[in-house]
Design a binder for this molecule. Structure first.
Ligand code: UDP
Length: 379
């Protein structure tokens, strides 16, 4: 059995979701040929205070956005990143070496921007190991430069802009693969008809259905938007229902569950069956999370974007609007008006956007990535 080590971290839901997608892709394509393990290298293997970095991420992107913007811009300056990574490398080298000793990987896959420079340098220059090291970029468009390292064997990306940035960072054509984001294989499977799926999920089969979500953490003003949308849909007499998925945001789930809704609303916490919820819906209302966008495209769902994390999610907004697969607004009243239009007089436009979305989706990306990685091992 060959050993695959995936380096991830729970900064947002996307990195873990991508790691799980890849693990599922290996299992589905190759059965038990591979032993796939995923670890949060920073949280579980590095000393304080570096092991606090993943935990601080959520606070940064919700409560201290200005600080996140500064950190992002600083991270884009090579003069800062390079010496910074070297310093961190010196502090955590021994701890990371312990992870490699423990797992003895045959191939390493990084799905996190902060897991190229230090582990790769350690592998190549300290341990003199030549095992394949690949990066699977889990951002769509505005990919931070720390994602790219010229010594990787392959770098998998999901957009032309990400390819351009990879080249600017010094990667050669032969290292870059444009394939799409790794989403769970379940998204690539045929699903039941929308109406029967709705019934199976306990929804009403005939109502137009909007899925509201705020990433894995239930971030952003999801509650405020849900209330505005519900009121507007009722005022406009739409035959509609909402699914509000709160992710790991327990306070939001409680608040949404207690709200006296004027129309059918299904409230969920963190769901494991996102492919079914998406397939049962007519559109998704979300922050500009790359994972959710890639999944919605595969499901042929128009996307109403309600915000973005500065830096890494910024480019996802024009990616959606300029490709004609959705709209953008941060104002709950306007979001509600757009959605009511889509479920009313603009139903045809909704269908058109759905067709375009389906055409842009990359349902096979996960399998293409794992096959390419196995190709490196079989060389
Ligand atoms: N997700 C999920 N269950 C939930 C909420 C979210 O499986 O209840 C998944 C979602 O399908 C996507 C990921 O979490 O794969 C969210 O990634 P995205 O890039 O959209 O946002 P992030 O959470 O990384 O900010």
């Amino acid at each position: 059995m060959q050993r695959v080590l995936i380096l991830m971290s729970d900064t947002g839901g996307g990195h873990r979701a991508s790691a799980q997608a890849l693990a599922a892709g290996f299992a589905e394509r190759y059965g038990d040929r591979f032993n796939v393990q995923m670890i949060d290298l920073w949280t579980n293997y590095t000393p304080w205070p570096i092991n606090q970095v993943p935990k601080s991420y959520r606070a940064l992107v919700t409560d201290y956005l200005w600080l996140w913007k500064v950190a992002w811009r600083t991270g884009e300056q090579n003069v800062v990143t390079e010496p910074g990574m070297r310093l961190v490398g010196r502090l955590v080298r021994r701890a990371i070496r312990r992870a490699f000793d423990e797992y003895q990987p045959d191939v390493v896959i990084s799905v996190h921007p902060l897991m190229q420079h230090v582990p790769l340098r350690l592998l190549r220059h300290t341990l003199h190991s030549s095992i394949p090291f690949v990066t699977v970029v889990t951002d769509l468009v505005s990919v931070a430069s720390v994602w790219y390292h010229p010594e990787v064997d392959r770098c998998f990306v999901a957009s032309e802009e990400a390819v351009r940035r990879a080249k600017r960072a010094g990667l050669r054509d032969s290292q870059i693969c444009l394939v799409g984001l790794p989403i769970r294989p379940a998204f690539a499977k045929p699903v039941a008809a929308k109406e029967s799926l709705r019934l199976a999920l306990g929804l009403e089969s005939e109502r137009m259905t909007a899925l509201l979500v705020g990433g894995g953490e239930g971030m952003g003003p999801v509650g405020e938007i849900a209330r505005a949308v519900a009121a507007r849909l009722v005022a406009d007499g739409r035959n509609a229902q909402l699914v509000v998925i709160c992710g790991r945001n327990e306070a939001l789930r409680r608040e949404m569950s207690a709200h006296p809704w004027p129309l059918p609303v299904r409230v969920e916490g963190f769901v494991q069956n996102m492919p079914e919820w998406m397939a049962a819906s007519d559109c998704v209302v979300t922050k500009a999370g790359p994972g959710t966008i890639a999944e919605a495209l595969v499901c042929g769902l128009p996307i109403l974007l309600t915000g973005f994390i500065p830096g890494q999610e910024e480019g996802n907004v024009p990616f959606v609007t300029e490709n004609g697969v959705g709209a953008y607004s941060e104002d709950p009243a306007q979001i509600a008006a757009i959605l009511s239009g889509w479920f009313g007089p603009q139903r045809e436009r909704l269908m058109e956007m759905g067709v375009k979305a389906k055409a842009m989706g990359r349902p096979q990306a996960t399998f293409e990535i794992v096959e390419a990685i196995v190709g490196l091992l079989d060389k």
